[in-house]
Design a protein around this ligand. Sequence first.
Ligand SMILES: Nc1nc2c(ncn2[C@@H]2O[C@H](COP(=O)(O)OP(=O)(O)OP(=O)(O)O)[C@@H](O)[C@H]2O)c(=O)[nH]1
Ligand SMILES: [Mg+2]
Length: 182
Amino acid sequence: MSTKYKEHKIVFAGPTGAGKTTAIRAVSEVTPISTEAYASDEVREQKETTTVALDYGELSLSQTEVLRLYGTPGQERFSHMWQMLCRGAMGTIFLMDNSRADPISDLAFYLDRFAPLTEGQAAVVGVTRFQHGVGPSIEEYHRRLARPTPLPILSADIRNGSDVLMLIDTLMLSLEFPYKGG
Ligand SMILES: Nc1nc2c(ncn2[C@@H]2O[C@H](COP(=O)(O)OP(=O)(O)OP(=O)(O)O)[C@@H](O)[C@H]2O)c(=O)[nH]1
Ligand SMILES: [Mg+2]
C-alpha cells in the first residue's frame, strides 16, 4: 500500500549575504546541497563564497508532509536560476540584510523582479542583521513600501533555526491571504 506524500516548495530570495544559504542550513533535516563558489572581489569584502546555482534542504512537517527548501543565488548575474527555482513554489521568503546601504530599495527591487515569477504565491520578508541596531525599523519598511496588500515583515536572526521556522510558519499562514504583488 503506498502512502500519500504531500510536499510543498519554499524559495529563499534576496541580496547576497542576506543569509539564504545559512537559513537553509539552520533548519534542514537532510545534509543540505550547496553550490558555493569563491566570490568575486566585490562580494569577497563581505564573505568568501557565494551561491552560484541553488541551495536545497528538507524539513518534514509530519510523516507524510515535507517542505522542500530552495535557496536562490543573490547575485543578479545568476538570475536565470530565479525563474526555475520559483516554479511550483507555494511561496517565497525574502531575506533582507538590514546593514546594507538601502535595504528597503533592495526589497523593492527583489519584489519587482520576483513578482512575475511568483504570481499567486505567498510572500514573507525576514530582515536579517536587525539586532545590530543599524538600518531602518520594521515600521519604515511598511511605510516606504506602501503596497496595496501589506506583506508580513519580521526581523530574524536566520543563524537560529527557530527564527527560520518562524518565517516558514508565517509564510504558510499567509497563504490564506496571498500577496498579490504590485
Ligand atoms: N552577525 C550576523 N551575521 C549574520 C546574521 N544573519 C546572517 N549572518 C551571516 O551572514 C552570512 C550570510 O551568508 P550566506 O548565507 O552565504 O548568504 P546568502 O544570502 O546565501 O548569499 P549569496 O549566496 O551570496 O546570495 C553568514 O556568514 C551568516 O552567518 C545576523 O543577524 N547577524
Ligand atoms: Mg547563498
